[in-house]
Write a new protein. Sequence first.
Length: 188
Amino acid sequence: MTLHNDVQRILFTEAEILAGIDRVAKEVTQAYAQRDFTVVSVLKGSCVFASDLIRRIPIPLELAFLAASSYGDGTVPGRLEINFLPTGNEIEGRNLLLVDDILDTGKTLLAVRDELLRRGAREVRTCVFLDKPARRAVDLQPDFRCFEVEDHFVVGYGLDFAGRYRNLPFVGALREEIISAARTRNGA
Ligand code: 5GP
Ligand code: MG
């Protein structure tokens, strides 16, 4: 019994993902060719994407992390919490490239971007693995993105459902029974 049995449909294979990241890595490399910058990976979801992305960017960069959580155990957004941020000197006066797994309503990245600017970042651009424009609730477009997805709940390649499935090497849609079973367990 493996996690693969819970996936109804694969949306992006590992090979498609890596080709998409190659493309975005070239765009990022061009954009920052003349400027120092720091990649800020939003944990936990973007750690897989960020680690593949930075290895395809052949110019100097620094790496920092922050943690934000907006989802509890299910597929419905909860309250956003920024759990930790890079230290002051990793933010102040720096050009930051904020990297996240998915831009959904956009509330997470907007809140994080505003907080980084408030703490003195020189510039904050955004780079997302997946973009769900149909769900956007705030005025924010990613500066860089790998793929657009329709309004499905997706897992894999860093994205979780109730903490699991981040280690799948592809992006897929879960079988409906998996989601409804978890809802029943949570009394929702
Ligand atoms: P936003 O604030 O843009 O609505 O939400 C962004 C966060 O919600 C993402 O970083 C991710 O953690 C979570 N999220 C949004 N859509 C999905 C999805 O389809 N699958 C998973 N696993 N997480 C999602
Ligand atoms: Mg996230």
